[in-house]
Design a protein around this ligand. Structure first.
Ligand code: CP
Ligand code: NVA
Length: 300
């Protein structure tokens, strides 16, 4: 997310909204004609993988799913060697990786565009579609009071960067010790100064939710953190989005979750299925965010 300027993010959001209209209308699109997108994932995915593959096809291109466990990477071939070769076959690679450094190596050695499809630090394409969804729900981004409740994880980090660029006031309500990445927080605070918005971290979920226009959460145990499960379950006790917490937010607040969700852990079944949930629209919008991101990298 940090690779994008506020102007680039704004134009990506406009493009995603436009592509949503065109794709729903069934228009013939060809911005990726003749291009092949590789989707190289080290971790499971339902939405990100499928939305990127479908977006590539709908834009007139092709896609190839490359699960890392079926590549020679799984037998120890270095990332840089893999990147050098795949860069000669493909036009873009969407990578979902355990370590941000793997992305860096793909960028350095492939010679082609690399899109972060989730790493330990960031999930930027998620946030493009999330901002599109907030825009649709609230009619604006600037001044929207946005509360992230839960783990200061990859999704939270990218939301901090995105929200601060578009002028949303973001508060993170997380347990002590589960705050977002320090460098990202610094970057977000600088963005917020420029956009005239604010970034706050609190350790009380009710304080975070108070008066919020949007409540957002993510899982308490991200992929790769499974060994910490018991400790995390104890730490996040009380950080659930439930009807009680929702009462602290604005009357017309909406609820978001990047999915996959664990019902009755970070969010109750009642809230995710309830009237204020825009989670399914949010999930759908991943397709248009992916399409805009693919167009953006093939053009630049
Ligand atoms: N939200 C999201 O990235 O979902 P997937 O893990 O299914 O891609
Ligand atoms: N924070 C979660 C996001 C899943 C889309 C994870 O990394 O597992």
């Amino acid at each position: 997310m940090g690779d994008l300027s506020p102007a680039e993010l704004e134009s990506l959001l406009k493009r995603a909204a436009h592509l949503k209209k065109e794709m729903k209308r069934g228009s013939q699109l060809d911005s990726l004609k003749g291009r092949v997108v590789g989707v190289l994932f080290e971790k499971p995915s339902t939405r990100t993988r499928t939305s990127f593959e479908v977006a590539a096809i709908r834009l007139g291109g092709n896609s190839l799913y490359l699960p890392s466990n079926e590549l020679q990477l799984s037998r120890g071939e270095p990332v840089k060697d893999t990147a050098r070769i795949l860069g000669k076959y493909l036009d873009v690679i969407v990578c979902r990786v355990y370590l941000q450094d793997t992305l860096r190596q793909f960028k350095e050695f492939s010679g082609i565009s690399i899109i972060n499809g989730l790493s330990d630090i960031e999930h930027p394409t998620q946030v493009i579609s999330d901002l599109l969804t907030i825009m649709e729900a609230k009619g604006r981004l600037k001044g929207v009071r946005f509360a992230f409740i839960g783990d200061g994880d990859n999704v939270c980090n990218s939301l901090l960067l995105g929200a601060s660029m578009v002028g949303m006031d973001m508060v993170v309500g997380c347990p002590q010790g589960y705050e977002p990445n320090r460098d990202i927080l610094k970057h977000a605070r600088e963005n917020a100064k420029r956009s005239g918005s604010s970034v706050r971290i609190v350790n009380d979920p009710k304080k975070a939710a108070a008066g919020a226009d949007v409540l957002y959460t993510d899982v308490w145990v991200s992929m790769g953190e499974e060994k910490e499960r018991n400790r995390r379950m104890r730490a996040f006790n009380g950080f659930q989005i439930n009807s009680d917490l929702l009462k602290a937010a604005a009357k017309d607040a909406v609820v978001m979750h990047c999915l996959p969700a664990h019902r009755d852990l970070e969010i109750t079944d009642e809230v995710i299925e309830g009237k204020q949930s825009i989670v399914w629209q949010q999930g759908e919008n991943k397709l248009y965010g992916a399409a805009a991101a693919l167009e953006f990298v093939v053009r630049s």
